[in-house]
Design a protein around this ligand. Sequence first.
Ligand SMILES: NC(=O)c1ccc[n+]([C@@H]2O[C@H](COP(=O)([O-])OP(=O)(O)OC[C@H]3O[C@@H](n4cnc5c(N)ncnc54)[C@H](O)[C@@H]3O)[C@@H](O)[C@H]2O)c1
Length: 271
Amino acid sequence: MSTAPAPRFAGKAFLITGAARGIGEAVVRLLAAEGASIAAADLDSAGLAALEADLSARGTRIVTASFDTRDSIATDAFVARAVETLGRLDGAVPCAGIARAARAEEMSDATFADVLGINLTGVFYSCRAVGRVLLAQGSGAIVNLASITAKGGQPGRANYAASKWGLAGLTKSLAVEWGHRGVRVNAVAPNGVDTPMIRDGVPPPFLDGVMLDRTPLGRLATPAEVAGVIAFLLSSEAAYINGAVLEVDGGLTAGFLTHRHGADFASKSLV
Ligand SMILES: NC(=O)c1ccc[n+]([C@@H]2O[C@H](COP(=O)([O-])OP(=O)(O)OC[C@H]3O[C@@H](n4cnc5c(N)ncnc54)[C@H](O)[C@@H]3O)[C@@H](O)[C@H]2O)c1
């Protein structure tokens, strides 16, 4: 009689921030479904409580905390509590992030600082806190949430683009500093993912007429599709991937001249 293989993340534990909804929630649910214990953080305490109740009922060991990821003391304290409660940590996926659009010449100090503070500084605090645990045990993996906006610029998003280019630099720097000590650090760079961030922040004409029009697959990603790539990068199957900023973009960045999902050939002989 053959026995079923152990789930991919059985006996492992991961910290996920921005866990109450969107991509973070999808990562939590996928890792938990594959056997992992979860340390979940978010500003949204009600969302976290609902997630904790649901996953506990399904048998997942989960510890949660509501705090602002720009608070390094709270981050360090939660990582210490997670190790104490779950017995270990094997990686992190810092998903907490925001987008605040404004014309650059009109962008307030707060709009610039909030986006840089959450998307870059806060992610560094999570990487540093979990990285200390992983380096001490000589193993682990971190996956950061970059964006296609870490590959180019975008009008109205000087703050967001600066934060995501910074995050790509942070990811590569940690990868080269920690790789030889057993800790891999990568990032995913999604195009539009169907979450509240994109539904609340992007006007439908831009979403359909520009983002999706230029995307060969012609649709947004689902949070679960992005979570699947993140889980792969956390897993031993990605043991030789370190310092990558991996496009999960339906082909958006594959070609600059894409129009109508690639149906326009822009050639007289083909039209
Ligand atoms: N949705 C997309 O199209 C898309 C594309 C590329 C990259 N990303 C990146 O993926 C990450 C997650 O995005 P999403 O679409 O799931 O966003 P979302 O807005 O749906 O969810 C973000 C979560 O982070 C939490 N959060 C925000 N600021 C926080 C803080 N300071 N401290 C603690 N928690 C905080 C929110 O409460 C929320 O639950 C972000 O870094 C985003 O930039 C998203």
